[in-house]
Each structure stands twice: as C-alpha cells, then as structure tokens.
Unconditional design. Sequence first.
Length: 166
Amino acid sequence: MGSGFGLKCSKCGKEYAAYTGIGFLFPQVYKATITDVKNGKYGEEWKSLSMGKELVAVDAERYLYVCKNCGHWAVEPGLSLYAPNDVEKLKKKKYGEKTVEQWGEVPYVMSMDLEEDYHLLKSWIHKCEKCGDEMHRATHDEEYNLHCPDCGGAPVEGYHVLHKWD
Ligand SMILES: [Zn+2]
Ligand SMILES: [Zn+2]
C-alpha cells in the first residue's frame, strides 16, 4: 500500500528517496498521529477541532508536497481533519473482533475510509520550511523532478527507481 522512489543527484551523486502512502505499521502510525493532534502538537485549533465532535479522524497517510516558490519538497502526513458522516453507523463498524464502540475509538482510518465514511472538517495547510510559502501535493511530473535535498541539484534524467510494499 505504500510506495516510494529513488532519485540521483546530477551534481553531487547523492541518492535520495521519497516514501509515501502507508506501511504495515500504519495502525501504530495512525494512533500516534491522532494522539499528537489531541495533545496539541499541531496547535490549539487542531486540538479543539479534534475534540469538538465524536470520532474525528485525521489523514495520517504520507504524501509528497512541493513548494512552487522555491522547489523545496517534503513527505508529510496529510493532517487534514475529518468527521464521520454517520456516527452511529461508524460505532457499529468492526475492526478485528470488536466494534468501534467496544474499542472506544476508531483504531485507524485510511484514506479510502475517509472517502467513504467521512467528510472534510478542515484542510491542513502545508508550509514550506525554507520560504514559508504554501506547498501543494506533487504532481506526477514533479515527482520526477525533485531536487537534491543536499545541494539543490537536478535529478539525473531517467534515473527513477520505484519501490512498493504491502
Ligand atoms: Zn546533490
Ligand atoms: Zn519554499
């Protein structure tokens, strides 16, 4: 379910990679992310939005973001917040042996769950750490053109190694 790719810098020769999506540890990643949100790691607004309604979910999958202004890129969790369309129905949904109600929370939420059972509460704005501009999700073309994180050099053309895992 996760994927990544490797690139090579044409200037300094460094190989670098970007891994997006989710790995098999996703349930742990999800739990850590929603706990951070509720503890205020992502600010007071996110904390109160996540506590303000029942069973608010966070997009904990990792995506590639690029800054249009300076070309800086980063792989970050989506972090947008979502609310269930039907809280009662969700409480009856089974995760393993138990329902959400019995767990007392939703153990983990994947992006396909978000599409099916939730609606967007608020989008997280991804800020570029270099110049402060807003970053956007990378397009396919941009994925092939990520510059070297060390020296800023362009990637070697045609050098694009895909990795995938379950
Ligand atoms: Zn380089
Ligand atoms: Zn920037």
